[in-house]
Design a binder for this molecule. Structure first.
Ligand SMILES: Nc1ncnc2c1ncn2[C@@H]1O[C@H](COP(=O)(O)OP(=O)(O)O)[C@@H](O)[C@H]1O
Ligand SMILES: Nc1ncnc2c1ncn2[C@H]1C[C@H](O)[C@@H](COP(=O)(O)O)O1
Length: 214
């Protein structure tokens, strides 16, 4: 059994690479269910009010997916459970969210992820981080066109996205729950360019071989 999780900022290409890798590895792809998330549009309207609820909703959703994924032969998931605390902490630091709510969320996360007898590890076998620049991130958010993520509907989102990118660098450096690798999302246009797609697949295959998972 091999569980791969994708990570990276909004629009980095996680869902796209999940489909590519799931097809390549003959695995099931697990997606965030953005279109069926009832809290997300509310969150973008009022982050102070909805950060806690959104993250509890996502925690529940991601745990259900992890429990399914670890029963599959192979699985690829389009965002790790470990990144939600990054969003939440960033909102606390910028006084958008409440520090006590974050503490409660963080403790819930740790209890849910704890390995206890009869409760197997929920850690992935490999985390792939897609690194993108702000320019690429903004272009891809615009290309995908989810209304509530657009700078045209809320220009202050530019500062939010900029802040998010700054939080991702140290987060990835410090991430130690599983083996990890980085893909340069600025360099590899794996959605459109077939050669770039092949190169990225080769990089992932090489990492899985090194880890003894292929
Ligand atoms: N490497 C890439 N090259 C070109 N376009 C990309 C790339 N990755 C993603 N895209 C495009 O950017 C948009 C966002 O991609 P998506 O996979 O939904 O990102 P995420 O899941 O990280 O939010 C989509 O329109 C997708 O087609
Ligand atoms: N934990 C989160 N807090 C705030 N916003 C989040 C969180 N997890 C995901 N999101 C948002 C970001 C995007 O608008 C959508 C989906 O993410 P994507 O990176 O496009 O797959 O949800």
């Amino acid at each position: 059994m091999t569980v791969i999780v994708l990570s990276g900022p909004i629009g980095a290409g996680k869902s796209s690479l999940t489909s590519i890798l799931a097809e390549h590895l003959g695995s099931q792809g697990f997606y965030e269910g953005v279109d069926t998330n009832p809290i997300l549009p509310l969150y973008y309207k009022d982050m102070s009010h909805y950060t806690f609820l959104l993250n509890v909703y996502l925690l529940n959703h991601r745990l259900a997916q992890i429990n399914q994924a670890i029963q599959e032969k192979n699985a690829v998931s389009d965002r790790s459970i470990y990144e939600d605390a990054l969003f939440f902490k960033m909102n606390v630091d910028s006084k958008i969210a409440d520090a006590t709510e974050f503490k409660i969320y963080d403790s819930l996360l740790h209890n849910m992820m704890a390995e206890t007898p009869g409760n197997p590890s929920k850690k992935p076998d490999l985390l792939i981080y897609i690194h993108v620049s702000l320019d690429t991130m903004l272009k891809r958010i615009q290309k995908r066109g989810r209304s509530y993520e657009q700078l045209s509907s809320d220009p202050s989102l530019k500062a939010y996205y900029e802040r998010l990118l700054k939080y991702y660098e140290p987060w990835f450096e410090n991430y130690d729950e599983s083996p990890k690798m980085m893909i340069d999302g600025d360099k590899y246009d794996f959605v459109i360019d077939e050669d770039a797609k092949k190169e990225v697949i080769q990089l992932v295959d090489a990492k899985l071989t090194e880890l003894g998972n292929l």
